[in-house]
Write a protein that binds this ligand. Structure first.
Ligand SMILES: Nc1ncnc2c1ncn2[C@@H]1O[C@H](COP(=O)(O)OP(=O)(O)OP(=O)(O)O)[C@@H](O)[C@H]1O
Length: 299
């Protein structure tokens, strides 16, 4: 087995670099070949993943959701794809949590030595690939609007502060959604799409019933029709993403969403598209390492 460790030195609180020597030792001890690559700037890992996908069996990716998303975008552009194993060292680490990867590095590495990878769906927003979330409207900009300086200083709390500021802003925009033959037209304050039950470090146990390999994606349209709308939205999140009467929940393989040109879309926590989008799910597109528990529940 040939591994490539790719890491983003600025993920989370920028502390991963210190662990590299120990990781190298872990692999040397087991006579496993590992190359190491540090990203130099945003976008770097996508190109590295695309051009070297055929040269490795496993991409070991150390970073947060943005870093993993970059690598996945690179891998999806290659015909031959190695397996993906994550070492969580970002701020929210949603993707790692969805796959049940332990925060503790040694437990994660041992898990990768012991278990086989499984095939997981990957989603596409226009030309860009994403793993687990697409969103617009309230709260959807915070993951990429918060400065790295604040994340380094406050960690996850930096997202919480920014969420509180964004929550009081006015969001109301039209959307026309086509999903596998169904049509929905409404005004909304947020559209949240998930392939699992986690976003922004929160577990939304009542949001989704989909598996990670069933070719389906779920979208919740939070309308802006009722009074005290923000409080109702907050109460839905507090109750694990419980659906409210005035909201719509769609499940499908292909979504066409038309909205205002200035509406920004977030994909896996990064700024993605503006205006109209199409979302497709590519079934069982990528081989990933998951914990045995998640494998039973989510696959
Ligand atoms: N060498 C680099 N210098 C600056 N930015 C980088 C570099 N390599 C990658 N990036 C960018 O850093 C951003 C943040 O990375 P990442 O998402 O992994 O960390 P995070 O935001 O702390 O974690 P999370 O997304 O889990 O909250 C990504 O948008 C990525 O494209």
């Amino acid at each position: 087995m040939k591994y490539l460790l790719m890491y983003n030195p600025v993920s989370g609180r920028s502390k991963f670099k210190k662990k590299i020597k120990q990781i190298k030792r872990f692999f040397d001890k087991r006579n496993l070949e590992i190359d190491i690559y540090e990203s130099k700037k945003a976008g770097d890992l996508e190109l590295k993943a695309q051009h070297h996908a055929k040269d490795y069996d496993v991409f070991l990716v150390a970073g947060g959701d943005g870093t993993i998303s970059e690598v996945v975008n690179g891998m999806m552009k290659s015909e031959i794809r190695p397996s993906l194993a994550i070492l969580p060292c970002g701020t929210a680490n949603d993707i790692a949590a969805i796959l049940g990867v332990p925060r503790w590095l040694w437990l994660a590495l041992r898990m990768y030595m012991k278990h086989e990878p499984v095939l997981m769906d990957i989603n596409q927003m226009n030309d860009r690939y994403f793993v687990y979330t697409a969103a617009s409207g309230v709260l959807s900009r915070i993951s990429y609007d918060v400065s790295r300086r604040k994340i380094k200083k406050y960690g996850y709390l930096a997202y919480v502060f920014e969420a509180m500021r964004d929550f009081v802003k006015e969001y109301n925009y039209p959307c026309h959604i086509e999903c596998d033959g169904k049509v929905l037209e409404t005004d909304c304050m947020m559209i949240l799409g998930l392939s699992s039950n986690r976003v922004g470090g929160m577990r939304l146990i009542n949001f989704s019933k989909s598996k990670l390999n069933d070719g389906l994606f779920e979208i919740r349209v939070f309308t802006s029709r009722r009074r005290f709308r923000r409080f109702r939205l907050a109460s839905s999140f507090i109750r694990g993403g419980k659906k409210l009467r005035e909201d719509f929940h769609l499940v499908g393989k292909h979504f066409k969403i038309e909205t205002d040109d200035n509406i920004l879309w977030n994909a896996d926590g990064e700024a993605a598209e503006k205006g109209n989008i199409e979302i497709r799910t590519i079934e069982k597109a990528l081989s990933v390492y998951v914990s045995p528990r998640r494998k039973r529940k989510q696959f």
